[in-house]
Design a binder for this molecule. Structure first.
Ligand code: OSB
Ligand code: MG
Length: 368
């Protein structure tokens, strides 16, 4: 793979509905579509997932741009690659900035799969032809509104509902939802809103038959999570705390969680995501693919990753039409009865909608 040119399309899209977590509300989403062209004229696509503000992690749209332009793209243009797995190593002299790295590495994977004329899922070693999908539901203005949404998504067939929680919007709210839907697969995501001082409060979640509670404690903690996991029967799933295979190994050894949410951007790319998947599979730790409110290109990478065997729990990969009036890919990602059919075209498996990309692009940079 000899990369000749990288085009960064900075895109601005607006979510159909604002999405509220314990740390803030998202409405507009700015990100980069990475278009990567090799010496044979093939094109690979990646998508950056950092948000405009450093609430979820320290990365932002602007740090992604800085890292990609000033450090990472020059490393890719320096000399050819034999395999996309080498990108992780090539970037290893640059500390962290995993989302910037993953956006570029994703485009290299797409190029690689297209060169082999195989779907990205197959290039990664994935076998599933369809994947199960759940949905993440933000914090609402009332419990009635939340119940209405859950009912709607249950009717659409989503395989599990993830309810965002924060202090003041947690146990009571989940109790109400559980009352209305006694058997629905439910989970909660706190996005680091609690500390061990809340241990007694959080213990009440054990009565609600939740599939898991995601990242209850600090974004950079695995020690307190181990304490909490010992006190809870509900499995803890780590999201924010996991940036690498090493983080995963430490968390699993400490007993900080029983489930891992893998996000390609958070761990620095598909190669590291695969290593985490393999490690967890060996140790009977189930994994699932998280979401970063990606548009279609990012979603396509998530879909491909989820075809690996140990993605045994539904991911946060709701359909394009749930988020956007118009997505950047054709066809859009469609969820039917809680399932996405994995595309069998080469690479990410969806065409990029050039018209939509041009319309939504607010700045374009060409690096050769
Ligand atoms: O914690 O998984 C999270 C959205 C933004 C930031 C963090 C998270 C989320 C979601 C939404 O839960 C997942 C999605 O639908 O893409
Ligand atoms: Mg989360």
């Amino acid at each position: 793979i000899s990369i000749k040119k990288v085009i960064l399309h900075q895109v601005r899209m607006t979510l159909k509905a604002p999405f509220t977590t314990s740390f803030g509300t998202f409405q507009d989403k700015d990100f980069f579509v990475v278009e990567m062209i090799d010496n044979a004229g093939r094109t690979g696509f990646g998508e950056s997932v950092a948000f405009s503000s450093p609430w979820y992690s320290e990365e932002t749209v602007r740090t992604n741009e800085h890292m990609m332009k000033d450090f990472l793209i020059p490393l890719l243009l320096e000399k050819p690659l034999e395999h996309p797995d080498e990108v992780f190593q090539r970037f290893s002299g640059i500390r962290r900035n995993n989302m910037a790295k993953a956006a570029l590495e994703g485009a290299v994977w797409d190029l690689y799969a297209k060169r082999l004329s195989v779907p990205l899922a197959q290039a990664l070693g994935g076998k599933k032809k369809e994947i199960d999908v759940g949905i993440s539901i933000g914090i609402q203005s009332s419990v009635q509104e939340l119940v209405r949404l859950v009912e709607n998504f249950a009717e659409q067939g989503y395989k599990r509902m993830k309810i965002k929680i924060k202090p003041g919007w947690d146990v009571d709210v989940l109790k109400e939802v559980r009352k209305v839907f006694p058997t629905l697969p439910l989970m909660a995501d706190a996005n680091s809103a609690y500390t061990l001082k809340d241990l007694e409060h959080l213990k009440q979640l054990d009565d609600l038959d939740l599939k898991m509670i995601e990242q209850p404690l600090a974004h950079d903690d695995i020690v307190d999570h181990a304490t909490l996991q010992r006190a809870l029967s509900t499995p803890i799933c780590l999201d924010e705390s996991i940036h690498s295979l090493e983080d995963t190994r430490r968390a699993v050894e400490l007993g900080s969680c029983k489930i891992i949410n893998i996000k390609i951007g958070r761990v620095g790319g598909l190669s590291e995501a695969k290593r985490i998947h393999d490690f967890c599979m060996d140790r009977n730790i189930p994994v699932w693919c998280g979401g970063m409110l990606e548009a279609g290109i990012g979603r396509a990478h998530n879909v491909a990753l989820t075809t690996l065997d140990n993605f045994v729990l539904p991911g946060d990969t709701a359909g394009s039409s749930h988020y956007w009036d118009e997505d950047l890919i054709e066809p859009e990602v469609v969820v039917k009865n809680g399932v996405i059919h994995v595309p069998d075209l080469p690479g990410i498996g969806y065409e990029v909608n050039r018209k939509a990309l041009e319309k939504l692009c607010i700045k374009k940079s060409v690096i050769a």
